[in-house]
Write a protein that binds this ligand. Structure first.
Ligand SMILES: Nc1ncnc2c1ncn2[C@@H]1O[C@H](COP(=O)(O)OP(=O)(O)OP(=O)(O)O)[C@@H](O)[C@H]1O
Length: 473
């Protein structure tokens, strides 16, 4: 039996959670506020904590920060939120949360996360036994709804939720980060989010696309040069490492870096110093490197194009960005986001998508990923003469919609929307899209509803309501 602390200002939620945890054989202590939680933790041994994100007064993240500061051995903390966003997920993980779950949390999900948390706790303490404590209670007004923050990193698919969590974990460390993903999947955006949420936020963020710089100039771009270092070097140049000192340097397309420059990169990472071209004096730099690539670096190592030691050095924290075609749930939210951005840039009201346009977006395989979607939405927003954007306004070529090679394994476009829905009204088609996505997710999850809800990125209770509404039970 473990002792679990529940921190939530909502009495009813605390009680339900306590019942479930007791049903799973654990002892429960409750706290109705962050302060009360810190108080409990200062007196009692607790093996795991379920912490509500949104609470009046001291909120979940402040409580988490308080735990970090106050406890030598913080128990695993699972943050619960009614609405997850990139921002609150990243922040929770950065502050050391063990996991970040969306309410309501099912019994299965609770059992799973707790089992993982207790394993970690047992390893940290060298045992897994639980302490004892008494149940406190109290109530404050319900803070209820988490509002979505302003973070621009849009994504509700399970894959993107994982990305948010990994950004949070990576933000808390100073290690290099390796971002993997096809072109346009958002690697630079993720690097910027990581920087924004890290302790280096107030320091520079410098991005360099290694593939865009002529090979001979890359070294000087990175490490700088002194006057006269080569023909045309008429003055000193600091280079990206020094420009990023104290902050973050994003090296995009690192797979395209020449081997001799790779050797110098390795030294910069290992020693924390660089030597400008033409100089013999090394310079100390404090830079967190984020490397990004769409190449398979392991294959490049096998082919002798990439240094294995550099790969090991970079591949400490890896974030994989899945292609857009593998995160269907993100397509329409991203499309709407880009329409809002386009409208703001034009000083106009945002246009909406017709049912057929939404269908096209879901069917397209997006070889250019989010960048392509952004461009398509900006163009169609500008070109459409109506308040609604139709499929024709999108100007997606048919070959790009259905290329046999481009078919993602887990999507069957022919089944996403039948053609007779093309002229239906948007709400009707959205319902149909929902129904199909739910049926698809259930099939993929072998009928497991919790898993289906996770895949869809929605709460299980919402899934139940929709299953009833659509007669899918
Ligand atoms: N999750 C997201 N939310 C909002 N906008 C996004 C998201 N992901 C990508 N974008 C947008 O898509 C475009 C491409 O993203 P980004 O430049 O980060 O991709 P990338 O993977 O670094 O591309 P490349 O490999 O070609 O350098 C940008 O305009 C970015 O703003």
């Amino acid at each position: 039996m473990a002792r679990v602390l529940i921190v939530d200002d909502d009495d009813a939620f605390r009680e339900t959670l306590a019942e479930t945890l007791e049903g799973l054989g654990h002892g429960v202590t409750s706290a109705a506020s962050g302060r009360e939680a810190l108080d409990v933790l200062s007196r009692e041994r607790v093996d795991a904590v379920f912490l509500d994100h949104r609470m009046p007064g001291m909120d979940g993240l402040q409580t988490l920060a308080g735990m970090q500061a106050q406890l030598p051995e913080m128990p695993p903390v699972i943050v619960l939120t009614a609405f997850s966003s990139a921002g609150n997920t990243i922040d929770a993980m950065r502050l050391g949360a063990f996991d970040h779950l969306t309410k309501p949390v099912t019994r299965d999900a609770m059992r799973d996360v707790l089992a993982r948390a207790l394993q970690v706790r047992a390893a940290a303490l060298g045992d897994g036994s639980a302490g004892d404590g008494s149940a406190d209670d109290g109530s404050v007004n319900d803070g209820s709804v988490d509002d979505r923050d302003n973070s621009d990193l849009i994504g509700i698919s399970p894959a993107m939720r994982e990305v948010h969590k990994r950004i949070g974990m990576a933000a808390a460390s100073a290690q290099p980060v390796l971002l993997l993903g096809e072109t346009g999947t958002g690697k630079e955006m993720v690097a910027r989010a990581l920087h924004r949420h890290s302790s280096r936020a107030g320091r520079p963020f410098v991005a360099l696309n290694c593939a865009a710089i002529p090979k001979d100039l890359l070294e000087s771009e990175l490490f700088g040069h002194v006057r006269g270092a080569f023909t045309g070097a008429t003055g000193d140049r600091p280079g990206c490492f020094r420009a990023a000192d104290g902050g973050v340097l994003l090296l995009d397309e690192i797979g395209d870096m020449r081997l001799d420059v790779q050797a110098k990169m390795l030294r910069a990472l290992q020693e924390g110093e660089i030597t400008p071209l033409g100089s013999h004096r090394p310079v100390k730099v404090d830079v967190r490197v984020i490397a990004a690539t769409h190449h398979d670096l392991a294959a490049a190592v096998r082919e002798g194009r990439f240094r294995e030691d550099l790969l090991y050095r970079l591949d400490v924290l890896t974030v994989h960005l899945p292609p857009l075609r593998e995160r269907l749930a993100d397509i329409l939210p991203l499309a709407e986001h880009f329409l809002r951005l386009a409208a703001r840039a034009e000083g106009a009201a945002p246009k909406a998508l017709t049912a057929d346009a939404a269908q096209q977006l879901l069917r397209h395989t997006w070889p250019g990923n989010v960048r392509e979607l952004r461009n398509v939405m900006a163009r169609s927003h500008a070109l459409s003469r109506h308040a609604m954007i139709s499929a024709a306004d999108l100007e997606l070529g048919p070959s790009r919609v259905t290329g046999a090679d481009a078919q993602p394994a887990n999507v069957q476009p022919a089944n996403v929307l039948p053609t007779e829905w093309l002229n239906a009204e948007l709400p009707d088609v959205i319902e149909k899209v929902e129904r199909l996505m739910i049926a698809h997710a259930l099939a993929q999850a072998n009928g497991n509803r919790a898993e289906a809800a996770r895949r869809l990125g929605i709460h299980r209770q919402l899934l139940y309501r929709k299953l009833t509404a659509y007669g899918l039970e």
